[in-house]
Design a protein around this ligand. Structure first.
Ligand code: HEC
Ligand code: HEC
Length: 183
């Protein structure tokens, strides 16, 4: 009996420790939730504001972004919708956004980092038309089209005919097309 109690104690301690680890690893995400950012922004779904993914892509190579965007949010109400958020939290949130929400397990599952690595994000973004259509518009276009997954897979396989030429292997296509259609 004593050893069972001890075992439970150790397990509980371990669970508590893991939970704490997960929280600190995704501090930005927790603050975004608490500060109400997630009412208008999501990782990969267009809401009132742009997705975290699109903002990450927009700013990751822009050395002055953190300073500028932080200043914009601290002055919210002029350009950005007014939000009650502490300046100290903004100092965590902006680097978190610029560093990339693909670190979150949710985004990994959904294929974003794969699309990014395969170079799709040069021409596609979640919300807005770039060189190619927005992912959400592609998903909407094929929403009721049961054959879309196979046809789009073929189209990307033969990229260079209809679609601009890209190099993407079969395994990646099998993940990317269902991901785009699921958005
Ligand atoms: C009421 C809705 C709303 C809330 C709440 C909100 N945002 Fe936004 N956000 C927007 C809209 C709309 C835009 C696009 C217009 C713009 O760039 O200001 C935007 C744009 C942004 C941008 C890009 C700015 C740029 O210059 O490209 C960042 C970064 C951002 N929001 C971060 C946040 C953070 C962090 C929070 C939480 C503290 C937050 N937002 C809360 C609506 C919202
Ligand atoms: C060089 C720019 C470029 C790159 C890189 C690119 N695309 Fe595209 N994509 C386009 C353009 C332009 C269109 C619109 C023309 C078309 O439908 O083929 C498009 C259309 C699409 C469509 C919709 C096709 C249809 O029939 O409606 C899908 C799905 C798609 N792209 C997926 C991807 C994926 C996945 C990747 C990465 C492996 C990728 N694209 C990389 C430019 C690009």
């Amino acid at each position: 009996m004593k050893s069972i109690t001890m075992y439970c104690g150790i397990t509980l301690a371990f669970v508590a420790f893991s939970a704490q680890g997960a929280t600190s690893a995704d501090k930005g995400s927790a603050i975004a939730q608490k500060a109400g950012c997630t009412k208008c922004h999501a990782i990969d779904r267009a809401k009132v504001g742009p997705t975290w993914q699109d903002l990450h892509i927009k700013y990751r190579d822009d050395a002055g972004a953190q300073k500028r965007v932080s200043a914009k949010l601290k002055d919210a109400g002029s350009e950005h919708p007014e939000i009650p958020v502490r300046s100290k939290d903004i100092d965590v949130l902006i680097p978190w956004i610029v560093a990339g929400p693909e670190k979150s397990p949710e985004a990994y599952k959904k294929g974003f980092s794969k699309a990014d690595k395969a170079g799709c994000t040069k021409c596609h973004s979640m919300d807005n038309k770039k060189v190619g259509p927005a992912w959400k518009d592609i998903a909407a276009k094929y929403k009721t089209d049961k054959g879309a997954e196979i046809r789009l897979g073929e189209k990307l396989k033969n990229a260079g005919d209809d679609h601009p030429e890209i190099v993407v292997n079969g395994g990646d296509r099998k993940i990317l097309i269902p991901w785009v259609l699921s958005l």
